[in-house]
Design a protein around this ligand. Structure first.
Ligand code: AMP
Length: 541
């Protein structure tokens, strides 16, 4: 017997229609590439999204055609999120930090028809336009800002293109499994592969992400996503914000500590989201000047492991709760968020902190397990490491164009992360499987070694990698960037590890460096570090 409730597809256009109707005057504020701050409402965004849909019709784009963006977080990008997907096309957000050759490759692989870009990225577009088979180039600017000598054939301004269109438009009733957007993985090895999201997966993810024990967004929040809209849809925040009616504050190109701080304060932001490196820049800006937050209450940190020192700094020095979260492009991206359970409230601060350091509990919609190399499930004891597998309605089933074959193992997606899960279901990432250090048959977590190093007051950044060892297979060393004006010796840092981890886990060496290479999504590029250290020999080997 079937249920007798209405059957309505879950569509991205529903989100913007809802936001317009129920939160029409909630604000969307954006720092623009032009340098000024733009301000409008969900009502305006909904109207302009419909104009985008019409403008795409005007280009003769069919359902399923790809529309790419190379853009910062801003209101025009937000309109494209809804106008492109809502009208049945596929929004392809490209990471501008990739090499232009890789961008051209991705655009051709995705078969992008249109590319909408912020003027910051004009040099990239000029570099790729001879190589990519894109038919229409749109600069996200006013008509009078359009460069006339760009060398890009048929270049148009977004305002002229969209502004010419009527805002009356009936969103199509699509099958909810229709593709809505796509995002290529960082591809540190081999060519990047794309996750292709659907309307259904995006809406379910938006619901899940908004839950109180997940991102916990509401109509009382002002949300600033520093995490880029070109990296897994800014963790779905544009969708979850429209679903809840939260005020949105877009930082545009201003991602340095000073610009982010000014935006947080000026717009009375209550909730922010970003990777640890961004928050490091913010704290570095605030500390020497003795600056405080007047409105920020919570910040979700993910993308790489959040160092304990950062969680404490936000909590103890600024009264801001850190929500440590984990996910990946293939998971739309949210998998877990770390929030306490009722039974933890009576624990001491120190005991609570031990839990907060973990990547957290699964959001309903994500199921997870850890398995050994033989595929056998491992216990949830908080100690046993295993390969982390996930499944759920917003988890990838297959890459775009079936690249890489069938990625699933018995219906589960292997994340490539190594983790523990405790009896309460809190997951803790110990490493990427390729970064874990295998020493004498035991595994050493590079994340643990890095977290301890950055807890030292003289250390700004640290990266731990395994080096070949004739007896132990591999031994850890730690690369360290010192804070400006601070000093620490190799011996002092190694002594700092004493008593904090087992003796055999303490690194064999410390290598001081000026900087540590980060990849396009802000993660430490360990492959690059290993290349840099070619010819390096462990002490005594
Ligand atoms: P991406 O698909 O580029 O977002 O990268 C996903 C990967 O980032 C995951 O598989 C993890 O290896 C890593 N990652 C994301 N969040 C965290 C976190 N909170 N702690 C540790 N690693 C993380």
């Amino acid at each position: 017997m079937l249920g007798l409730m209405q059957s309505q597809p879950l569509l991205i256009s529903n989100l913007i229609t809802f936001a317009e109707r129920h939160h029409g005057d909630a604000q969307i504020v954006s720092r623009r590439v032009e340098g000024d701050v733009h301000r409008y409402t969900y009502r305006d965004a909904a109207q302009r999204s419909r104009q985008v849909a019409r403008a795409l019709d005007g280009l003769g784009l069919a359902f399923g055609d790809r529309v790419a963006t190379l853009a910062w977080n801003g209101y025009r990008h937000f309109e494209l999120y809804f106008g492109v997907s809502g009208s049945g096309r596929v929004l392809h957000t490209i990471n501008p930090r990739l090499h232009p050759d890789q961008i051209a490759w991705i655009a051709n692989h995705a078969q992008d028809e249109v590319l909408c870009f912020d003027l910051t990225f004009l040099p990239i577009v000029q570099a790729i336009c001879g190589k990519a088979n894109i038919r229409h180039y749109i600069a996200l600017c006013d008509a009078d800002k359009l460069p006339h000598d760009s060398g890009i054939a048929g270049l148009r301004s977004y305002e002229e293109w969209v502004g010419a269109c009527d805002d009356r438009y009936d969103w199509p009733t699509l099958d909810e499994n229709t593709a809505s957007s796509m995002c290529y993985t960082s591809g540190t090895t081999g060519n990047p592969k794309a996750a292709l999201y659907s309307h259904r997966s995006t809406l379910l993810h938006a619901y899940g992400a908004a839950l109180p024990d997940a991102m916990g967004l509401s109509a009382r929040d002002a949300v600033l996503p520093v995490v880029p809209m070109f990296h897994v849809n800014a963790w779905g925040i544009p969708y979850s914000a429209a679903l809840t009616g939260a005020k949105l504050v877009f930082p545009g190109p201003g991602l340095d500590g000073k610009s982010v701080y000014e935006m947080l304060e000026a717009e009375q932001v209550t909730y922010a989201a970003g990777v640890p490196t961004v928050w490091q820049m913010l704290l570095t800006h605030m500390r020497p000047a003795g600056l405080r937050f007047s409105s920020l209450k919570r910040t979700v940190i993910g993308g790489s492991a959040c160092p304990p020192a950062m969680i404490s700094a936000f909590k103890d020095d600024y009264g801001v709760e850190v929500l440590h979260a984990w996910g990946m492009t293939e998971m739309s991206p949210l998998g877990t968020v770390c929030t306490l359970k009722n039974k933890h409230l009576a624990l001491s601060e120190a005991e609570q902190m031990k839990i907060r350091l973990k990547q957290g509990r699964a959001v309903f919609g994500v199921d997870m397990k850890i398995v050994g190399d033989d595929g056998v499930e491992l216990p949830w004891d908080g100690k046993t490491f295993g390969n982390l597998l996930v499944r759920g309605p917003w988890v990838l089933g297959q890459y775009f164009k079936a690249e890489g074959g069938d990625p699933l193992q018995g219906g589960w997606f292997p994340t490539g992360d190594v983790a523990t899960i405790d009896a309460d279901g809190y997951m803790q990432i110990t490493d990427r499987s390729k970064d874990v250090i295998k020493s004498g048959g035991e595994w050493i977590s590079s994340i643990d070694i890095e977290n301890l190093a950055v807890a030292h007051p003289a250390v700004a950044m640290a990266a731990c990698i395994g080096m070949p060892h004739p007896k132990w297979d591999e031994r850890p060393i730690v690369l360290v960037v010192k804070k400006p004006g601070a000093d620490v010796t190799r011996e002092e840092l190694l002594a700092f590890y004493q008593g904090k981890i087992a003796k055999w886990q303490i690194p064999d060496d410390v290598v001081f460096v000026d900087s540590i290479a980060l990849g396009a999504t802000g993660k430490i590029l360990k492959t690059r570090l290993r290349e840099q250290l070619k010819g390096y020999r462990l002490p005594g080997v």
